[in-house]
Write a protein of this length. Structure first.
Length: 372
């Protein structure tokens, strides 16, 4: 039997790599980590720097990457950045943000390296980017907004974590939100807003976002924030204390899923709050609430008043989960008994009382519950 003859190469001498259609090459590059996409330049002449003109690449650079190498990749890419995650070392913020915003970016996450003395200053170039739809900032200093800033018209998702603002920072946040008309997701976690003086109170400022569907706010300091009625809000997670908690909750008239994690400055004392502030006849509060998770309960009177208010007013309520604070002196049986005596607005509401489960534990869900 004659041995099979080797496969006949293409008539023009091209191998499989060089004969792939452009559309297929783009699909391959889009599925690769950016570092591997850059390495495809060595495969064949038609692939050389092909990655640099491929739209849809997702960039991710960690603290272990050489800044000069990252700089070269950002400079070479010729398209709008679809998705970009950067761990930013001290001294590189302005250079990288300038390169990114000059070409445009849709989804941007900047995690700034913090040393023991100061945070990196967020470069003003970022506020000239009108293509951005998702912005996540972690661990930087945000100065007042530049005079040329006209808003982020396409921004739908804004996440600010451990950001330090100037003494007028409350107005910075207020304007940043108000000039993002498409905003649907907002996260403000552990901000630091500088004061005019040690004893000067914070002036009130308002979160206004008519299209917002999801909000998360976490802060030990009361920075004077208030929330206007959010007509599209469906999910809320708040990690606050005292009167700022009530000010925020009072505007959540249409929320269906609510997560409340109580902060306690001291465990011996409590901040008494006036529950009449939550006037359901005026605000419509809790009218759409279906699921609620309430963590960090010490069984203080103000906490129990709020729970009673919630259970007695939420007519669509399906489930409430209550978890004790790790230092609470009460037990689940005592708390369950007390809550069971509350008048229920919803006859089908299921109430579950747990021991300490840890902060930011996820709301348990049944098959018929919506996804978070």
């Amino acid at each position: 039997m004659a041995s099979p003859s080797p496969a006949t190469p293409p008539a023009d001498g091209r191998d499989l790599l060089t004969s792939l259609p452009e559309e297929m090459v783009s699909q391959i590059l889009e599925r690769l980590p950016v570092k591997d996409a850059v390495r495809t330049s060595a495969l064949a002449t038609p692939w050389r720097r092909r990655w640099a003109s491929c739209p849809g690449l997702r960039f991710a650079f960690s603290g272990g990457d050489r800044p000069a190498a990252v700089d070269a990749v950002l400079a070479a890419y010729a398209c709008i950045f679809c998705e970009l995650f950067l761990v930013v070392p001290i001294g590189w913020a302005a250079r990288w943000v300038g390169a990114i915003t000059a070409k445009g970016v849709k989804s941007l996450m900047l995690s700034f390296v913090i040393n023991s003395r100061f945070k990196s200053v967020l470069p003003p170039q970022l506020f000239s980017c009108t293509t951005i739809t998702k912005l996540e900032l972690l661990g930087c200093y945000m100065p007042p907004l530049p005079a040329f800033f006209q808003g982020f018209p396409k921004l739908v998702d804004l996440r600010l974590e451990e950001i330090t603002f100037s003494k007028h920072g409350r107005k910075t946040v207020e304007m940043l939100i108000a000039t993002s008309p498409s905003l649907t997701v907002l996260r403000i976690i552990d901000p630091v807003i500088q004061r005019d003086g040690d004893s000067a109170p914070y002036e009130d400022w308002v979160i206004q976002a008519p299209k917002l569907t999801s909000i998360e706010i976490s802060s030990r300091e009361d920075y004077g924030w208030q929330v206007e009625d959010l007509p599209s809000l469906e999910q809320a997670e708040v990690l606050l204390q005292g009167h700022q908690l009530l000010r925020v909750l009072s505007a959540m008239t249409r929320v269906t899923d609510l997560f409340v994690d109580i902060m306690h400055e001291t465990y011996e004392d409590e901040v008494e709050v006036d529950m009449t502030f939550l006037d359901v006849k005026k605000t419509g509060l809790l009218s759409q609430l279906k699921f609620c998770k309430f963590d960090g309960v010490m069984r203080h009177s103000s906490e129990m008043q709020f729970l009673e208010f919630l259970i007695s007013k939420a007519k669509l309520l399906q489930k409430v989960e209550v978890s004790l604070h790790e230092e609470s002196l009460t037990d689940t049986e005592v708390l369950s008994t007390e809550i069971s005596n509350f008048e229920k607005a919803s006859s089908c509401a299921e109430i579950i009382v747990n021991s300490f489960l840890g902060y930011h534990s996820e709301m348990s869900s049944d098959e018929d519950e919506p996804e978070n």
